[in-house]
Write a protein that binds this ligand. Structure first.
Ligand code: SAM
Length: 238
């Protein structure tokens, strides 16, 4: 009889929602590796990205594309596989599936059809920064990506100028400078924010403090890579 921890072995007809690293490969959990190496197939956002991850950790499993453009069709196919008894894992390119990433539809459909869904937790960019930011974590608003148009972002900031909770946002490297200007103008230079760049990677940078105080380092630093922005509650002092 095997002594293997049962949580490391996938069950038949079960969907596993598996978190993968947001940069640092060592953040892939033992349980994630075990489940990913033993499921019947893995639904992934980009087969090249997941294929590279798998080749680095020595895993070979059938990969099924599951992304924004084919989510509806791919969901039907995956549900059929699950109903026939296959175990399926879903991953995104980085972080937690379904958090500003594909995954929500297949999970919802499984829940609707009584198929078991098991989370295998892993990194998530905004909770990673939140945990190290010094900003209030007891209650927060996660908004993902704001709209790309400046006017819509400014409207959001104006609406939340007096908001009493931390706000967590994702922003692209192409807009981060512009967004910094929009925050300074709309929320004022004394608003406390935290900006995390390239979290868990070699050039990880975290600036936390009043906009006016972190601006010089931010302006001088590289704007390449991936960014998370946290906005502290109104009147919060770090
Ligand atoms: N599902 C992912 C998660 O759990 O965080 C988020 C996916 S979303 C498409 C990608 C965005 O997450 C990036 O544009 C960036 O804003 C943020 N992000 C992902 N990895 C990051 C990292 N290592 N450092 C900073 N931000 C990151």
């Amino acid at each position: 009889m095997s002594n293997e921890n049962p949580s490391l072995v996938p069950e038949a007809a079960c969907l596993y929602v598996v978190g993968t690293p947001i940069g640092n490969l060592a953040d892939l959990s033992e349980r994630a590796i075990s489940i990913l190496s033993k499921v019947d197939c893995v639904a992934c956002e980009d087969t090249r990205v997941t294929g590279l991850l798998f080749s680095r950790i020595g895993i070979k499993r059938p990969l099924i594309p599951y992304h924004d453009k084919n989510e509806a069709n791919a969901t039907n196919g995956l549900i059929q596989r699950l109903k026939s008894g296959e175990s399926v894992a879903i991953v995104s390119d980085a972080g937690t599936p379904a958090v500003s990433d594909p995954g929500f539809r297949i999970v919802r459909e499984c829940r609707r059809q009584g198929i078991t869904v098991v989370p295998v937790p892993g990194p998530c960019a905004f909770t990673t920064l939140l945990s190290a930011s010094g900003l209030p974590t007891d209650s927060f608003l996660y908004m993902g990506f704001l709209p790309p148009k400046s006017a819509a972002r400014i409207r959001f900031l104006e609406k939340h100028k007096d908001y009493k909770r931390t706000i967590a946002l994702y922003e692209s490297c192409h807009r981060i400078e512009k967004f910094m200007n929009e925050m300074e103008k709309t929320l004022g230079p004394d608003r406390v924010i935290c900006i995390g760049r390239e979290l868990t990677k070699k050039f990880e940078t975290i600036h936390s403090g009043k906009i006016v105080d972190i601006r010089p380092q931010f302006d001088q630093g590289s704007k390449k890579g991936e960014f998370v922005v946290l906005i502290a509650p109104a009147n919060y002092e770090l």
